[in-house]
Each structure stands twice: as C-alpha cells, then as structure tokens.
Design a protein. Sequence first.
Length: 247
Amino acid sequence: MLSSLSELRQVACSHCLMLWVSGIMRKFIFLLLLPALHVLAKVPSDEEHTTIIECHTKLREHVKPTASNMQLMNYSIELEKLAQEYASACEPTYPESNGRYADVGFSVMLSQERRFKYDDLCYINNSYYDFDKDACDHYCDNYKQMVWATSTQVGCTVNECRTKFRPSTPIHWLVCLYKPSVRRFNKRPYENGPICSKCPEGYGCHRNQCAKHLFSDRVAVTTTSIATMPLALPILTLILSLLRVLQ
C-alpha cells in the first residue's frame, strides 16, 4: 500500500509511461501498477478503420499554424496487430525497442469510467499545445503524435484490463501505434509554412496533406512490415506531470 506522495513518485517513476488519461487520480495510477489479467484486445471493423483515419485526417488537415510537410495517413493492419499485442498484455510500460517496435510511436488513452469508441480520437486537439514555444500546458503527447507530420501509418485497438486484486474495476484502453515515429517528441510535430509546400517529389496535395496516391472516399489499408531501428525509450514525462497536477 502506498503511504505517501513521495512513495508514489518512487513507484511511478519505476513503471513510468507516456499516456493521456481521463479522470486523473492517485487510485487510478495505483491500479495501473497492479498485476493485470490478460484479455485479448479487440480490433476495429472496416467501418471503424474509416473512422480512425478520418479523425487523424481531419486533425492534421486543420493544424494551426498550417503545415508545409504534413503527410496523409493510411491504416496499417500490421500496426493494428502490434497494437493488439501490446494492449492485450495490459502492461503499464512500453515494450522494448526491438525489431517489431522500432520506429513505432504510441498514443494511449485510459479511462476507468467508460469504454472507448474509436471516434473518441476525433476529440483530441491542440488545446494544451503551444506551437510557437513547442510546449504543453498539460500532457499533450497524444496530440503531437497524431499530427506528427512524417507518420504515414496508424493501427489501433481497444481493450478492457482488470487487475488481479481489483477485477471488478476495469481500466479501458484505446491504443494506436504509428510509423514512422519516435518515442520522445523533442521537436515540433510538423514544419510551419504554406500548405503542402514541402511535400516529397511526386506527391499531390489532398486535404492539406501530402498524398502519394490520391483517392476519394476509400481508406487505404496497408500491411507493411515493421522495420528494425534503434529507438530510445523515455520514462518520466507523464507520471511527473500527473504528480504536479495532483499536488
């Protein structure tokens, strides 16, 4: 049992992760650190693929200030499978940067109060992010990941995790994985400038984003394999920011 805020800091920092959470509270953080019962995460339907892509496309389309190098995203079944594997483990830490998870970024939403729907992604915005200062008033890495200009693939899943000591208290997860991306956002997510002015050669401009293959209403679904690259794992950002809010 955690008896003090300082003890909470010690435990949290040893298991830290970068997540956006709803209903921030000490009990919630504690539940994340308990042993979990593994449940296979649910993957989205074809219709939900469309919802996921539309949420990302709309957010990236309307960034302020405008982006010169924003690329259009496709849905990746390979990343979906990887997201399902990660979410099914119900572990409150990121996996090691190995061949499958290298060059892959994460966006994770958690709640004790309700199950997530994929259109919840459409409610993520730049409310806490200052582009000019490249600074966040509160945790905003999910936003930065969703508008990370060079990310072109996304795959998502949802899950309901229960701890062995509190099986009646589920923690709901919505997990999206991105490629190519990073684990530590140490720069602005895109370059400001005239829309599509820095697209790669041969790309067109669709909904203010660089598009290699233009299409109308069809969602492109890819099965690209995961590349192997070294990738650093940040470990303090979220928990420390949560503790500042809780003080």
